[in-house]
Ligand binder design. Structure first.
Ligand code: NAP
Length: 642
């Protein structure tokens, strides 16, 4: 019995359905379901989703043949095929997805993202109840990384408690409730590999949906039983005698102390709002708030509103409020680059939904494919060519991207050359993350009640904003000015071995081996730590899952050996940082002189991962014992165990 027997569809209806999805993952799914390699015929390979209009694999000529093949496949797959999906996935299927020879760890990485079999990141070991280590873990933060870490610890049978200063799960997805907030990485990869969903209403969900997803996963997995909401970590001190961490916490019932054998910081990078360093900022008499602390009690209707900043948050909030405010003045210091994404705010197309519902494993192949085409395929577009000397780009490919983006802007502002001049950035694309443009930004800038001001802000006073050119009276100021990303964990007084303070060690320029471990702070691990943010590729869920794997492998070592703690060596960190710094210089964002949250005050790129995505994957598979010292309780001098 075919999947189409209950739902007879014409050739053109099937073609439309397939057009709402992607042919490459569909053909891979059909080959997987049926075992028939005819679907992988290289002569029928369709074009892959392209990077900036460039074909990655396949050709236009193959598209019709591929469509025909896919339609025949949908007619052929039968009820019995659907019930028994082969859990093994052969290499040729993965190769087909990529469309090119696969390098080193890419096959395993994509298999992991494919999620067949389910949850390959689950620890394959159980904490031993009799272990000397007697592990217990404090997780700081119940956002995306905190929930993930809780899941992994739970799977290994390690007791944990999550401490969260907010009243709910979600981290940034709880805190950023400004109008228009939505994800800019498709949900099919902006989700846990162990908790994928086929029922997103949008490809790029609104904040409420992402927050709902995180809360739902946390509850389904039982993390809610081990979380202390409204509880802030004030201080964490490592005890060298016992190899444990003493925590000072402030909860709903007041301050208290707790002790754990390890601490995982899951506070992320974007949790401390940044306000501009402008004289008089506190003197404004009207409401003034940051996008990440949106004041829902302030009615903007008819008001003269100023928004400072034109980054990702401003870009999302401004079109949402422009039609109800009286006037809107946007203060732009530098224009953002935007990637044309016309369907950015659209609902999931019915054809894609149909494929998810009717073709088993299709959603898995779709996810792996989405991951792959945004992973390392874009690398040439942000890699610096040292011999390239054209201003505003860093290589021929980057220049090609620049021209592509400029032509998109020219199309949208052809009637307003004055605006066009203002919205074309002077810096190279990918010096900052590209925003997703569905035309709303140009529309909003065309509105008669909206003005884009590029003059320098000199001061803020009781009535409004003084620029280098004029004074503007406003009723409300909204700061869309980003976050103090490089001040990770700064509000917490973290003390490691020999009384050293993390705040002083990092001094606003955080460094951690693989973004996870810091010398002098044994058994302190970070998720979404220094140098693990992504500007162009992949998904933060993937990076956090990879980092969590490294943390779990360190804990496994402690459990199996009965040691008290592991501490990354200074040498390992120095080598890592040297490699990262060298690679960062060859990225568009590293080579750029733009002020971004990617760089610390010293100018070093402290937040982003500059190597390939697959490099982070391969280096977080196993515990690199040679990069760590192993410490034992009640031994003051460090004992090297190898
Ligand atoms: P941001 O990207 O750091 O942007 C801050 C904006 O404020 C920039 O336009 C900046 O100008 C401007 N600014 C800062 N100080 C200023 C001053 N003194 N005068 C005038 N302008 C000033 O912050 P964000 O928009 O909140 O985004 C931060 C990150 O959060 C993003 O990169 C992204 O990773 C994440 N995010 C994601 C989404 C999403 O779609 N999922 C949404 C929001 C945020 P310059 O550019 O000149 O520095």
């Amino acid at each position: 019995m075919s999947v189409l027997d209950n739902d007879p569809l014409t050739e053109s209806e099937l073609a439309e359905i397939i057009g709402h999805g992607e042919l490459v993952p569909l053909l891979a799914a059909l080959a997987h379901l049926t075992g028939d390699r005819r679907y992988l015929d290289p002569g029928c390979r369709p074009r892959s989703a392209t990077v900036l209009g460039r074909t990655v694999a396949g050709s236009t000529d193959s598209d019709d043949a591929a469509l025909e093949l896919a339609i025949s496949g949908l007619r052929a797959i039968s009820g019995s095929d659907l019930d028994t999906v082969d859990p093994t996935v052969d290499r040729d299927l993965i190769e087909y997805l990529v469309g090119a020879p696969i390098e080193d760890g890419t096959e395993d990485m994509l298999r992991y993202q494919l999620g067949i079999p389910h949850d390959q990141g689950a620890p394959r070991w159980q904490a031993s109840p009799s272990s000397d280590a007697g592990l217990s873990v404090a997780i700081i933060g119940a956002g995306m990384s905190g929930i993930l870490m809780a899941r992994r610890l739970d799977q290994a049978g390690i007791p944990y408690t999550v401490f969260e200063r907010n009243a709910d799960f979600g981290g940034v997805w709880y805190e950023n409730s400004y109008p228009g907030c939505r994800v800019d990485t498709t949900n099919y990869i902006y989700s846990y590999s162990f908790a994928t969903r086929d029922n997103w209403t949008h490809d790029f969900s609104m904040q409420r949906a992402v927050h709902g997803y995180l809360r739902e996963v946390a509850t389904e997995l039982g993390v809610d039983k081990n979380v202390r909401f409204g509880t802030e970590l004030l201080a964490a001190t490592y005890n060298e005698g016992s190899c444990t961490w003493q925590l000072k916490l402030n909860g709903p019932d007041g301050p208290y102390d707790a002790e754990f054998s390890a601490v995982v910081s899951a506070v992320g990078q974007l949790n401390q709002p940044k306000f501009p360093d402008v004289p008089g900022i506190d003197s404004f008499s009207g409401p003034a708030f940051h996008t990440a602390r949106w004041d829902h009690d302030v009615d903007l209707t008819g008001k003269r509103v100023a928004v400072i900043g034109t980054g990702a948050s401003a870009y999302q909030v401004i079109p949402e409020i422009a039609d109800r405010v009286g006037s809107l003045t946007i203060f732009q210091r530098s224009a953002p680059w935007m990637e044309w994404t016309p369907a950015y705010a659209d609902e999931v197309k019915p054809g894609l939904r149909w494929l998810f519902e009717n073709v088993p494993t299709y959603s898995h192949w779709y996810r792996a494919y989405q991951f792959w085409i945004t992973a390392d395929a874009r690398r040439p577009y942000y890699t610096v060519d040292p011999s390239w000397d054209q201003p505003g780009s860093v290589s021929a490919e980057n220049q090609e991207l620049r021209q592509h983006l400029v032509s998109g802007l020219a199309r949208q502002y052809q009637d307003r050359p004055d605006l066009l001049e203002q919205v074309i950035p002077s810096y190279a694309p990918y010096s900052k993350r590209l925003l997703r443009d569905n035309g709303r930004w140009a529309k909003v800038l065309h509105r008669p009640n909206v003005r884009l001001v590029a003059d320098h802000i000199e001061a803020i006073d009781e009535q409004g904003i003084q620029t280098s050119a004029e004074h503007l009276d406003v009723d409300v100021i909204i700061f869309a000015t980003g976050f103090r990303a490089s001040e990770i964990l700064e509000p917490v007084d973290v003390t490691g071995t020999g009384g050293r303070k993390l705040r002083d060690e990092w001094a606003g320029d955080p460094k951690a081996f693989m973004g996870v471990a810091v010398p002098g702070f044994p058994n302190l691990f970070c998720l979404y730590g220094p140098n693990t943010n992504v500007v162009v590729s992949s998904s933060l869920f993937f990076f956090a899952e990879s980092a969590a794997n490294l943390v779990m492998s360190a804990l496994e070592h402690l459990d199996k050996t009965g040691a008290g703690a592991v501490e990354c060596t200074g040498e390992a960190l120095d080598q890592f940082v040297a490699e990262i710094d060298e690679a960062s210089e060859l990225t568009a964002w590293g080579a750029s002189n733009e002020s971004t949250w990617y760089k610390s005050a010293s100018g070093r790129v402290s937040q982003n991962w500059p190597l390939r995505v697959v490099d982070y994957w391969t280096r977080t598979r196993e515990f690199p014992l040679e990069k760590f010292q192993v410490l034992r309780p009640a031994v003051r001098d460090k004992e090297l165990v190898r």
